[in-house]
Design a binder for this molecule. Sequence first.
Ligand SMILES: NC(=O)c1ccc[n+]([C@@H]2O[C@H](COP(=O)([O-])OP(=O)(O)OC[C@H]3O[C@@H](n4cnc5c(N)ncnc54)[C@H](OP(=O)(O)O)[C@@H]3O)[C@@H](O)[C@H]2O)c1
Length: 355
Amino acid sequence: MSNAAWDFIVGKDDLRQTRVDAAPAAGLAEGDIRLKVESFALTANNITYAVFGERMGYWKFYPAPEGWGRVPVWGYAVVEASNHPEIKVGQRFFGYVPMSSHMTATPRKTATGFFETSPWRAGLAAPYNQYRLVDGHEAHEDEQSLLYPLFMTSWLIADMLRDDGFHGAKSVVLSSASSKTGLGLAYLLHRGGEAKVVGLTSPGNAAFVEGLGYYDQVIPYEGLGGAAIDEPAVYVDFASNAGLRAAVHHRFGEALVYDCVVGGTHWEAAPESHHGLPGAKPTFFFAPDRIRKRREDWGPGGLEAKFAADWPVFIADSTRWMKVERRAGPDAVRKTYIEVLDATASPDQGFICTP
Ligand SMILES: NC(=O)c1ccc[n+]([C@@H]2O[C@H](COP(=O)([O-])OP(=O)(O)OC[C@H]3O[C@@H](n4cnc5c(N)ncnc54)[C@H](OP(=O)(O)O)[C@@H]3O)[C@@H](O)[C@H]2O)c1
């Protein structure tokens, strides 16, 4: 099937169920374009999109057969056919793509690329509908697909914590410390030096995390109870594991001054619960909301300019520890998806799929 058009789809009720469906090109409506997906990244963040597919609308981005979903990923796509007067065949874009060989879009041209206006995407967070025009090929495209959406989140969390004076905390404690989003946040906070950066991770990943030098302290999950950590503390939770959350809240009690829930890497762990826990109530972090706020605060281009000061430095540093692994074709997409779903990959791997 690798030469024909296809969609990789997953069971909405059983994320381990997968299928590759043929997706022959239909006629293009007036104003539409058809893009060939060139490459995309797969990390735990995409699994979270699937886990929260129903609740947070992630299944709405790409239509799929009843009971099945197409997981959104970040990557590059090239225009293969165009019925749009301002978008030309051969133009390349970076943005949200499906795990498919192709996608269609109904673009509205913007200053930086296009905005996807397909009716089923109306009402979904704007950053997911923005596609950036890429002039030729740019440097570090694989790192861009892998880290851009994650590091943007790391950056926005660091910015928010600074804006809130770290709620008076002396430590910021991160779960899933080896995740790329966690590493980005640790990198920024460690460089800022306002608070100690403490990483909680699985025992097998502790040496890798420690070796990077982004954390002041790295603690395996089961070592949390006995570890000396400066108080008060903020918890930035990428795992959403109810047992771990309870352990963190009981460890700090009222000295836990903020609990920021960012992700759910531990997607098969007990469902979220915070009833009766001491310390700050968990607050969900949604990057698009914070992007909207900072665009209002800083005006056009303000957020992008500030972010641009940190992004190339982090990308350059990531080449020190992230090994990009390219995999081609639908079978490889399936294998990679299952590895990411089951967390059998090591944290220094960065998967790029080329449909
Ligand atoms: N709210 C937002 O706007 C937003 C935006 C971006 C990312 N996020 C979230 O941030 C989290 C990290 O995403 P990422 O793409 O950076 O992850 P990643 O780099 O793929 O993370 C890999 C690490 O996550 C942990 N992990 C992954 N799958 C697991 C599993 N099934 N069971 C237990 N641990 C698992 C492990 O860390 P340890 O061994 O260190 O525990 C693993 O080394 C995701 O939950 C994502 O949704 C949220």
